[in-house]
Design a protein around this ligand. Sequence first.
Ligand code: PHE
Length: 454
Amino acid sequence: MSNLQEKKQREQWSSRLGFVLAAAGSAIGLGNLWRFPYMAGQNGGGAFVAVYLGLLVLVGFTIMLAELTLGRYTQLNAIGAYKKISEKWAWVGALGVLAGFMILSFYSVVGGWVINYVIKALTGAFNTADMDALGGMFGSMITNPFSPIFYHAIFMILTLGIVLGGIKGGIEKYSKILMPALFVMLFAIMLRSVTLPGAMEGVKYFLVPDWNAIDGGVILAALGQVFFSLSLGMGCMVTYGSYIKKDENLLKSALSVPLLDTGAALLAGLAILPAVFAFGFDPAEGPGLVFVTLPAVFSQMPLGGLFGVAFFLLVLFAALTSAISLLEVVVAYVIDEWKWTRKKATLVIAGVIFLVGVPASLSIGPWSGFHILPNMGIFDTLDFISGKVLLPLGGMLLAIFLGWVWGMENAIKEATNDGKLNFALAGVWTILIKYIAPVAIAVVFVQGIISTFF
Ligand code: PHE
């Protein structure tokens, strides 16, 4: 099939709002609701938040615009986009597809935990604020050898079902209704959480930076979280950008998507960390933080039971809109490059990702003594390599590619719709992409790896 024909057949978002909601749907997910609060709790609270916000401005917006621009210009998937401009760079796209593959394998396991919690909420399990009881409930769920795998399978089947529906029929339709609902719920939970007795200490912990807490490890964790949360560094936004129409405003999208995403992360942090302090829990507890803390908050709310059900359902939908974007990256690659049908690509890839997720899930329970990297089992290793290695490197290479291979004149031409849009910060963007982002990422990466392992 010729390139031209392929282009004609490529689906497109029906409107800018449709695209923004879908991209925000990809960005907002377990990264905001599950990973951000526990990462903040493990990395010094306010210090982590401050570094996160700094890197968001320096790197987040910058790389977001870069990915959308590259995607829309080439109208191709993550690998094809690089290839079209320079064959030699195709491997960078391939790293991204690999990262997406790895992330989805453990993401889906956590998505399974969420489904399990929807059911727990439905059966009225959240009637206590006793942290030991809630911690025990979470612990016995994730360490069970069978049930997390069963729910992981259900999550994967839901994801695959939506991706099979294609772009418009699937992704866009769901994002429009459910994302706003999630914000409203988060806001309500946040209000309850910050008004609990003893919550102020947690509010301070989350919002007031303790600068001494910052080291290489914290900065790398924050950088990785920026990439993870914004769905950057792996070609996801390249792929989504490839479905954007030529006359739409990429500059606005590159601003609004990160802002919505950060809003959701901060709301989630403020919903969770104050409650952690109010109930005397440990902020550095790790991946269980959300699952242990929020049920306690619900137990202190009028109609908390109902609230719990609705909230975990919305978390599930947010997780699904992110998971479909992860799967879409891999599927779009296989459809474009290997000429598979959507159906075959989706089914085969989802199946393989499910299989990789199985040992990841077991590594938290029965296989917890088995480590791949120092102190990291399979689940943690997948998270570490994708989140802290592949995504930041993918972002750095993308910046170098744009700045030095494709060229900023070309990128700016595409980003401004051939000069039709006014882009006052084009000069700043150029400097950020060519120099600051690559150097900053390289420094953070090397220091972070050193302080993680040595
Ligand atoms: N950004 C998503 C989240 O925060 C996860 C994700 C990462 C999705 C990378 C796509 C690509 O949940």
